[in-house]
Design a protein around this ligand. Structure first.
Ligand code: AMP
Length: 280
């Protein structure tokens, strides 16, 4: 695996593979890798001739009160994990490389980013779409892989790609979970032992929602209130939001719509904010 720090160099490598008519698969990450990230790398390996992974903790998607400085990092371990997956190139730029002094151009998707995560984190998606756009221009992939764990991010990026005629196939991949059902996340590292045990409440509440949907209940208020009860049966977690929205418009739904429903929630477990979701 070759590690590339420089934008021009990464672009030249991408150009070469394109000239050789090889397909490029790209997996953008913020590092501190786990099985969720690696599942994207494996799919990219299967689908493409060459795989580029990026590791960049993107300041533009963190608000000043968020965890940018303490976001977990372990580049040596990440390198080993990526080598084991036969990753071809790791793009690992610095903040100055990505955002030089005179940087002033942002990409923003309008309506889809005003709800859910966007309502709790108003500047977040502008940072995400901007950096993903830059990374697309740097790695020039044919296909890019994103986890359904960050459901709204995936939906927003698909919208951006379509709206801006970005000629890249955006592929959404299933959520990878720990044995007890907790969605894997770099932020799980923040949890102490007790919090880690209680963090399973997000998954349990989604299970409850699935059970209710399977039993024919479609009233979303009923489902949300039962999900809330599940979370409230734990001692530490505090709900930020529980929402049920259309997968295409992200507008709230009164009733479950088969194949077009996203049930999502954000919960504070101690100081750590965790998200999870279910695609119906
Ligand atoms: P991050 O490093 O958190 O920015 O995540 C990089 C990519 O990995 C994003 O597309 C995430 O949605 C995806 N990802 C993170 N956690 C998981 C997971 N548990 N299962 C599947 N994909 C994930």
């Amino acid at each position: 695996m070759r590690i590339v720090y420089d934008v021009k160099e990464m672009q030249e490598i991408a150009d070469k593979y394109r000239q050789w008519e090889k397909t490029i698969g790209f997996v953008p990450t913020m590092g501190y890798l786990h099985e969720g990230h690696l599942s994207l790398v494996r799919q990219a390996k299967k689908d493409n001739d060459v795989v580029f992974v990026s590791i960049f903790v993107n300041p533009a998607q963190f608000a000043p009160n968020e965890d940018l400085d303490k976001y977990p990092r372990d580049i040596k371990r990440d390198e080993e994990l990526l080598k084991n997956e036969n990753t071809d190139f790791l793009f690992y730029p610095t903040v100055d490389t990505m955002y030089p002094n005179n940087f002033q151009t942002y990409v923003s998707v309008e309506n889809l980013t005003k709800v859910l995560e966007g309502a709790s984190r108003p500047t977040h998606f502008r940072g995400v779409t901007t950096v993903v756009n830059k990374l697309f221009n740097i790695t020039k992939p044919h296909r890019a892989y994103f986890g359904k764990k960050d459901a709204q991010q995936l939906i927003v990026i698909k919208r951006m790609a379509e709206d801006l005629n970005i000629d890249i196939e955006i592929i959404g991949m299933p959520i990878v979970r720990e044995k007890d059902g907790l969605a894997m996340s770099s932020r799980n590292k923040y949890l102490n032992e007790k919090e880690r045990k209680e963090a399973v409440c997000l998954y349990q509440s989604l299970n409850k929602a699935q059970e209710l949907v399977d039993s024919g209940i479609s009233d979303t208020n009923e489902i949300k209130s039962q999900m809330e009860n599940v979370i409230k049966s734990y001692s530490i977690p505090k709900i930020d939001y529980i929402n049920i929205n259309s997968l295409t418009t992200l507008k709230p739904l009164d009733r479950i719509k088969r194949k077009d429903t996203l049930i999502s929630l954000a919960v504070f477990v101690g100081k750590t904010r965790l998200i999870d979701n279910l695609w119906i």
